[in-house]
Design a binder for this molecule. Structure first.
Ligand SMILES: O=C(O)CCC(=O)C(=O)O
Length: 275
């Protein structure tokens, strides 16, 4: 697959060594203007359209957010973003790998007026069916996201643990992680105001959560999950139902112990001849 992306999505993001060091130490980072300002309105429009096109598959996670997935497969503009050198370049540098592949993309719409409940503390690793720790999610609000709308908080350094690996996102994961935060005095990095297009990146092992959305406006957030291009599928069978479902859905026909590299997991930087 070769993609032809025009500037500014083809331009490298000015990531610094300090950003990389911060991500590797904390397991998360907030970066400004990841989506170029000139592209935000169009991306928001097509994300809303693609979400609607996939509405029959919408999942509602405990009323915390509404998700549809792999919008890049149904919309060409979303595809240009998901396969952009700009975002994949950031992900690869933060993870410290030569290239990244697409795991999937998804919407995180949190309804306003308190209908979008708090996102419980959780560790995404529960859901990822891969044999690597080098997994990262870019999360970007496509409208300005003040604190009242529920941007994310993170536990810094928690990406080095797997303590909540056994818990899906739920009240149980929330209680379990809250308890650890209190008892072990873990460092919570509170949510910060994000302008449309600012993005957080977090490891699949970083504990994260968000407050409810008490504004009058739906939180329109979009996320892209990437992983180390050289990752493999674990030899052992998936250890929970969600991992089994995700393995079948995001890695069709991949084999245990083989590369995690099906037709829907393109290696992004390789498409630009930079790898
Ligand atoms: O959008 C949210 O509230 C949660 C997002 C999340 O859990 C994630 O990006 O992994």
């Amino acid at each position: 697959m070769v993609v032809n992306i025009q500037a500014p999505l083809a331009e490298d993001y000015p990531l610094t060594q300090a950003d990389i060091a911060q991500y590797q130490k904390d397991g998360h980072i907030l970066l400004k203007k990841v989506v170029p300002p000139s592209e935000i309105d169009e991306l928001r429009t097509v994300v809303l359209q693609a979400h609607q096109a996939l509405i029959d598959e919408e999942e509602d996670f405990q009323k915390a957010f509404r998700c549809t997935q792999n919008l890049w497969e149904v919309n060409n503009v979303v595809r240009l973003h998901v396969l952009s050198r700009r975002y994949a370049g950031i992900a690869a540098k933060l993870l410290g790998c030569r290239d990244v592949r697409v795991y999937h993309d998804l919407t995180f719409f949190k309804d306003g007026q308190g209908r979008g409940a708090p996102t419980p503390w959780h560790q995404d690793g529960y859901y990822w069916p891969l044999d690597t720790n080098k997994c990262i999610t870019l999360w970007v609000p496509l409208i300005d996201c003040p604190l009242e709308m529920g941007p994310m908080s993170f536990v810094s350094g928690s990406h080095l643990t797997r303590n909540a690996e056994h818990l899906e996102i739920s009240n149980a994961s929330d209680e379990f992680i809250n308890d650890m935060i209190e008892k072990e005095n873990l460092t919570v990095t509170p949510a910060r105001h994000m302008n449309a297009g600012d993005a957080t990146f977090h490891s699949c092992w970083t504990y994260h959560a968000a407050k409810s959305n008490t504004t009058d406006t739906m939180r329109i957030a979009f996320a892209i999950a990437y992983f180390d291009a050289d990752a493999t599928i674990p030899l052992h069978p998936p250890t929970n139902e969600r991992r089994a479902k995700n393995l079948a859905r995001w890695f069709p026909r991949a084999v245990p112990g083989g590369p995690a590299a099906t037709e829907i997991n393109p290696a992004v930087l390789a498409m630009y001849g930079s790898n």
